[in-house]
Design a protein around this ligand. Structure first.
Ligand code: IPM
Ligand code: MG
Length: 354
């Protein structure tokens, strides 16, 4: 197949892990006879530095013309002035809105030999396999923001159709798994959460009567993710709760550097990014863990290009590389030989070669 992929390396370790993602796609292309071509564009701080815009118009048009988009990370201390009018994060949020990718899929799986890298006790991690579906283009991230001399506000608004469509995505995915959906809200306090719960209840009973649904308050969900994470199958939640809970959930897998994500909308043009940030403390050192990015490439192959065999093979290659003892610094626990970003990528690439 022919496919055009826009690469948005962004800031910090973003360019280093994006390079890994590209090498993986080059290898998959060679091994399976696909022709992947790439268009590299600026976003975030790199957009501000090169084009004075965190989301340059060339970036948006390239993304719209592509089959899929890969993003490294945005942000860093260089652009962290809280009073600045333009910020790197506006590039990422603007892109999510422009591509209308309202459903952010964040799988959390445990690779057995990494259980010592997690701060949780081993027995709690047994059988953990969960999927967080985060609403990505609504809620407090996108409501009106105001700042006066002595006060500030961020409007949190959800519309019924926004809840309905994300619940559908989550319920459909639950059906392919253990058929158990957990909706997380704060319905004891927030009106948006009461709307969320009402629409969820209605949608589930009319369209997914065979899927188990439970509603959990976000504070309790944060606790259950630590004391009984294996009980979850699919979690669906609003934008900010999903942001917070997925950083927490990443600790189950041993490192934030392990977690991939896919952001999807109505069309097949998806946005694929590791959930980690730009990690300025290790940027430029070539030591970042590329697994979150490489897992995101697997999701791209599956969800945007419909290349399921290639996606399965790639996920297996990540799993086997880790089980075989390959470790970047963030997931090393014993005296393992610590691999650089490129070395870890090559271990995975070698497992893809036929
Ligand atoms: C994420 C990140 C972003 C978010 C930031 C960089 C704006 O934390 O993708 O989880 O909050 O969505
Ligand atoms: Mg986050």
């Amino acid at each position: 197949m022919d496919a055009l992929i826009t690469l948005l390396p962004g800031d910090g370790i973003g360019p280093e892990v994006t390079k890994s993602g590209r090498s993986i796609l080059d290898t998959i292309g060679k091994e399976f006879g696909h022709n992947f071509s790439f268009s590299e564009q600026h976003i975030g701080g790199s957009g501000i530095d090169h084009c004075n815009d965190p989301l340059p118009s060339n970036t948006i048009s390239s993304c719209n013309e592509s089959n899929a988009v890969i993003l490294g990370a945005v942000g860093g201390p260089k652009w962290d002035n809280p009073n600045a009018k333009i910020r790197p994060e506006q590039g990422l949020l603007g892109l999510r809105a422009a591509l209308k990718v309202f459903a952010n899929i964040r799988p959390v799986q445990i690779i057995p030999s990494l259980s010592n890298a997690s701060p949780l006790k081993n027995h709690l991690l047994k059988d953990v396999d969960l999927l967080v579906i985060r609403e990505l283009t609504g809620g407090i991230y996108f409501g009106e923001k105001k700042r006066n001399k002595s006060s500030a506000s961020d409007l949190c608004i959800y519309h019924d159709y926004e809840v309905e469509r994300i619940i559908r995505v989550a319920a459909k995915l639950a059906k392919t798994r253990k058929n158990k959906l957990c909706s997380v809200d704060k319905a004891n306090v927030l009106e948006t959460s009461r709307l969320w719960r009402d629409i969820t209840t209605k949608t589930m009973s009319s369209e997914f009567p065979d899927t188990a649904i439970e509603h959990i308050l976000v504070d309790a969900a944060a606790m259950y993710l630590i004391n009984r994470p294996a009980d979850f199958d699919v979690i669906v939640t609003e934008n900010m709760f999903g942001d917070i809970l997925t950083d927490e959930a990443s600790m189950l897998s041993g490192s934030m550097g392990m977690l991939p994500s896919a952001s999807l909308g109505e069309s097949s043009v998806g946005l694929y990014e590791p959930i980690h940030g730009s990690a300025p403390d290790i940027a430029g050192k070539g030591i970042a863990n590329p697994c979150g990015m490489i897992g995101s490439v697997a999701l791209l192959l599956r969800h945007s290009l419909n290349l399921n065999e290639e996606a399965d093979l790639l996920e297996q290659a990540i799993y086997d590389a880790i089980e075989g003892g390959a470790r970047t610094a963030d997931i090393a626990t014993n005296n393992e030989n610590i691999l650089s970003t490129d070395e870890m990528t090559n271990v995975i690439i070698n497992r893809l070669k036929k």
